[in-house]
Design a protein around this ligand. Structure first.
Ligand code: DPN
Ligand code: CA
Ligand code: ZN
Length: 322
């Protein structure tokens, strides 16, 4: 009886507070602007959907001599899998052909709409080394980007900026596909690219959470670094800045003056004791012991890192195109 009285009293107080607040503010909570609403709506990507793409890429490598390397049939088969899914979802796709000791292709996917004078690009390389199937490097980024793109279509996102995804060829031979793309754009077209965010290795088995440093990068890059750091801070994951330099496909964009950013879970470098303390995993072992080798297979993926970083891709797409 006493308990019930206490509850009645409490709910009365709560009601009173609500009424007073309503009166004082004059209305309900202020409405979000379309930009704020889009940012708030960034989806949580189910990791199983990303893993399903990785299973496909592994199967494609298995059926094509064990790799998805430039100049090998597995490369084109993997790219066709990604392209087929994007085409079915309503993207406008194109294969940009180039030659580099064999024919290579970039896959460019545009989501119709938005201001093309402000085009935001998100990408990663789709080729593996010839030693193995390249599931972490870079099936992981390829699959995360694909699932986020499919989610854009599912939710019929209508961003203010124009949205373009890219899967690059021949990265492993020296950033050839992305360099070809940037150098083939007339200056007027390059000027329309508001930014490029890169995802190369996002499911490393002994993962770190690295955000590309904007130090020495074109003006505007710091906003991408900040946005990505905000994303991880919101889910209580500590990050470290990393100077990726010329080691991945953002480099040609940066050289062309386009603001860049990216996310990376670590390659051949060894995880320090400090890093193991904050991220878990094994100190003194590489972030990816199977980097560029035949064991970069489906089981060379940390599902939690893949999940967290795929969610970061989604947040970047939703936030940076709003
Ligand atoms: N793409 C790999 C490389 O070029 O060595 C791995 C890598 C990705 C390295 C991102 C640094 C940053
Ligand atoms: Ca998720
Ligand atoms: Zn790579």
């Amino acid at each position: 009886m006493r308990l019930r009285l206490a509850l009645v009293t409490l709910s009365t107080v709560t009601l009173t507070v609500a009424v007073v607040y309503g009166t004082a503010s004059g209305a309900q909570a202020p409405e979000l602007s379309p930009k704020q609403a889009q940012i708030a709506a960034a989806p949580d990507i189910p990791v199983a959907d990303v893993q399903a793409h990785l299973t496909q890429l592994q199967g494609i490598a298995d059926a094509n001599g064990g790799n998805r390397a430039h100049g090998q049939p597995g490369y084109r088969a993997g790219l066709d899998y990604i392209k087929g899914a994007l085409d079915a979802a309503g993207f406008t796709t194109q294969l940009q052909e180039f030659s580099a000791g064999g024919t290579g292709w970039n896959l460019i996917a545009d989501w119709p709409g938005g201001d093309e004078n402000q085009t935001m690009m998100f990408g990663g390389h789709a080729d593996s080394v010839s030693a193995g199937p390249g599931i972490n490097d870079n099936g992981s980024g390829s699959a995360g980007l694909l699932e986020v793109a499919l989610t854009v279509a599912e939710q019929n996102l209508q961003p203010a900026k124009h949205l373009r995804f890219a899967w690059w060829g021949a990265e492993e031979l020296g950033l050839i596909g992305s360099s070809h793309y940037v150098s083939s754009l007339p200056q007027a077209e390059l000027d329309k690219i508001a930014g490029y965010v890169n995802f190369d290795m996002i499911g490393s088995p002994n993962p770190g959470y690295f955000v590309y440093s904007s130090n020495g990068q074109p003006e505007g890059s710091a906003a991408f670094e900040q946005m990505l750091n905000n994303h991880y801070a919101a889910v209580s994951i500590p990050t470290e800045p990393v100077d990726v330099g010329g080691r991945s496909d953002h480099a040609a964009f940066a050289d062309g003056g386009v603001p860049t950013g990216g996310v990376f879970s670590g390659a051949e470098e060894s995880k320090s004791a400090d890093q193991a303390a904050k991220w878990g995993g094994t100190a003194g072992e590489a972030f990816d012991e199977c980097y560029h080798s035949s064991c970069d297979t489906l089981d060379n993926i940390d599902a939690t890192a893949l999940d967290n970083n795929s969610d970061a891709i989604a947040d970047a797409v939703w936030t940076l195109t709003a």
